[in-house]
Design a protein around this ligand. Structure first.
Ligand code: SF4
Length: 254
């Protein structure tokens, strides 16, 4: 089977424990305006033109599961030494659940730990296929308000149900919360997020402070980045948010 991907990034940090290789799959069913991987949203190949570097890159290729496994196994000694492995991300990795299942199964057979990075906005059937072959999920939770999820194309009740079902099925879950200025960082919403996640049985949360590292890719794709002039949180603001979450969860800041 083939997977549609944008990139394979070796020596990733922040995509799960230890040294990892992250496979970025193409295609996403959400449209978060702060997204820092805009090249992964479309399923179609795209050209990124970096005019300042006089460089062009084609983003989007289909590789077989065997080709991806061979690529990932090249770093097996680093995974073993660091407690790392592979992370399948995107875009929305779970939109290619059949291929992801096959990839995760083959990696598992080769003794490689697999995490999936997902926004969880799709029916649970996809997770059921993949669960037996993965060590856990890095699961985004972006807002506690249905209307705001709808604005980016998501269904909050579906996402909450998936969290509940994954925990009920004994899956390891790290909830990741992107801290997006003027979207989800008002204290009242942060407290609501904490209460909802606690009620769903979550115990580990990773906070992802806002950054603009994807900005150059928007330019290279000829797109406008709505968050171009938005200021990242200060260290003090992040500490304050962490204090709120730490009352409920084992909390880390990525
Ligand atoms: S879910 Fe992730 S990849 Fe998809 S648009 Fe949002 S931030 Fe980007």
């Amino acid at each position: 089977m083939e997977l549609n991907l944008s990139n394979i990034q070796h020596f990733s940090v922040g995509d799960g424990p230890g040294i990892r290789t992250t496979v970025f799959l193409k295609g996403c069913n959400l449209r978060c305006p702060w997204c820092h991987n805009p090249e992964t949203l479309s399923t179609q190949p795209q050209i990124l033109r970096y005019e300042n570097l006089n460089k062009e890159e084609i983003c989007g290729k289909r590789l077989t599961v065997e080709e991806i496994v061979e690529n990932l196994l090249a770093d097996k000694c680093f995974y073993d030494e660091s407690g790392g492995g592979a992370t399948i991300s995107g875009g929305e990795a779970m939109l290619q659940a059949d291929g992801v299942k096959e990839l995760a199964e083959k990696l598992q057979q080769n003794g490689v730990s697999v995490f999936i990075d997902t926004a969880g906005n799709l029916p649970y059937d996809a997770f059921k296929k993949v669960n037996p072959y993965v060590d856990g999920y890095l699961f985004d939770y972006k807002t506690d308000e249905s209307e705001k999820y709808a604005r980016i194309g998501g269904d909050l009740s579906l996402i909450r149900n998936n969290i509940k079902k994954l925990i009920g099925d004994g899956m390891y879950l790290r909830i990741r919360i992107p801290l997006i200025p003027d979207f989800n960082t008002h204290k009242s919403e942060l407290r609501n997020i904490c209460r909802t996640l606690e009620a769903l049985g979550v115990n580990t949360v990773d906070l992802i402070p806002f950054h603009r590292m994807g900005s150059g890719k928007y330019k290279a794709l000829g797109l406008t980045y709505e968050y171009e002039n938005v200021t990242p949180q200060t260290a003090e603001e992040i500490e304050e948010i962490k204090r709120i979450f730490s009352k409920y969860f084992n909390t880390t800041v990525e």
